[in-house]
Design a binder for this molecule. Structure first.
Ligand code: FEO
Length: 394
């Protein structure tokens, strides 16, 4: 794809990956993605901001060559290969070019991409780099989403280059956000999958950037924000401690008993005015599950007991939820067993990262009977009461 001008002498030269369906071999990309890269042509020096995924080597290097500019610096915000993977190829094309990054990122780039030590210049948090008539200022923003992540800001043009921070996996020909509702969902899903485990770090990093005057936020994935407040406000909501009147019910059932319990609970909660999102774990997309967890108050995992423990699909879901560390306030487990097992203890063991109160699980024998329905009703009412105590229900 051809380059596009963002502001005079600042170009977007990244790649749209319309076809990518999976990231890190786990994150589904229903809408593809982009690997954004930018070229800043200062009056004295030219800097490339990040590169692209190695799978797009030919297209990316072609984009750079078409610009017909000598690259003096390659700013590397983040060592993950979808941004850094083509740095060695750029260094080969421009033998005098230096990588500008922080010491942690330098070490990772050396380990991951086998780049020589003498190609690096490290910058401190808050340090600036003059390109002549344009000045880049660097801010360390650790854990969005690796320990070495940082962002940079052009003082003269008020553009924040944020790499993964504020990004979205969305292949689009729009350079800037056009449909805010579309981008909101993509950015929220991206936050859920990548950023949510680091919510408290994000709070600090947003605070650190709050006094910057921003005309544009240019992330490493997805369209750029000409209205930065849109994504800043969304992030403030997602990283806050507040949750919504929402219950997530990931379920799996082998012969229908657990499904009956799950359906009964879901319906009771709906009748009580709670937003409920069940996920059939045999077909659910993990990105959709992650997205739903961003602001849910309560999680109820529904699983049968199989081979003395939870169904493996429920184990996977619990492991994922635990790793993503959503701000859930309450968790429970429901399910059916045939002759015994340790389902509850085993599942609880996968949820130790959560700072959530456990509401007494409901585990029944066989198909649900009179008392079992009452126990599910009781669980529903406990959830309603908890949500009322949090003023989530009038
Ligand atoms: Fe887009 Fe963490 O890489």
């Amino acid at each position: 794809m051809a380059s596009r001008i963002i502001k005079p002498d600042i170009y977007s030269i990244g790649i749209i990956d319309w076809d990518r369906t999976l990231f890190d071999e786990i994150i589904s990309l229903p809408e593809g993605t982009t690997y954004n890269s930018f070229l800043i042509h200062g009056s004295e020096k030219t800097a490339l901001i990040d590169t692209s995924d190695p799978s797009k080597k030919h297209e990316f290097l072609s984009n750079i060559k078409k610009m017909d500019l000598n690259i003096d610096y390659v700013v590397s915000h983040h060592a993950e290969q979808d941004h850094s993977g083509l740095i060695p190829d750029v260094l080969n094309l421009y033998p005098e070019a230096k990588i500008i990054t922080n010491p942690k990122c330098k070490e990772l780039l050396k380990e991951l991409l086998l780049i020589d030590d003498n190609r690096f210049i490290t910058v401190d948090d808050g340090e600036t780099l003059s390109l002549g008539n344009k000045t880049l200022k660097f801010f360390y923003t650790p854990w969005v989403h690796w320990p070495e992540t940082m962002v940079s800001y052009i003082e003269e043009d008020k553009i924040l280059f944020s790499c993964d921070f504020f990004g979205s996996h969305l292949a689009t020909s729009d350079l800037y956000v056009d449909d805010e509702s579309l981008v909101y969902r993509a950015a929220k899903r991206y936050y859920a999958e990548i950023m949510m485990p680091f919510r408290l770090f994000i709070q600090k990093n947003i605070e650190k950037l709050k006094d910057l005057e921003m005309d544009i936020i240019a992330p490493g994935h997805g369209p750029l924000y000409k209205n930065p407040q849109f994504i800043l406000d969304a992030y403030k909501d997602w990283i806050s401690n507040e949750t919504k009147n929402k219950v997530i019910v990931p379920y799996v059932s082998m012969h229908g008993s657990t499904r009956e319990l799950s359906d009964h609970l879901v319906n009771r909660l709906i009748e009580e005015g709670i937003t409920v999102k069940p996920f059939n774990l045999t077909t659910a997309d993990t990105g959709d599950l992650a997205l739903a967890l961003v602001d849910a108050s309560t999680l109820v995992i529904a699983t049968p007991t199989v081979l003395t423990g939870p169904h493996p699909s429920a184990v996977y879901a619990a492991y994922l939820v635990n790793a993503l560390r959503p701000k859930l306030k309450f968790v429970s487990i429901i399910g059916s067993y045939g002759w015994g097992g340790r389902t509850v203890d085993l599942l609880k063991g996968f949820l130790t990262n959560l700072k959530a109160e456990i509401i007494e699980p409901v585990i029944i024998k066989g198909f649900p009977k009179n008392d079992d329905w009452k126990r599910i009703d009781n669980l529903a009412m406990q959830i309603v009461m908890k949500h009322k105590e949090m003023n989530l229900i009038d």
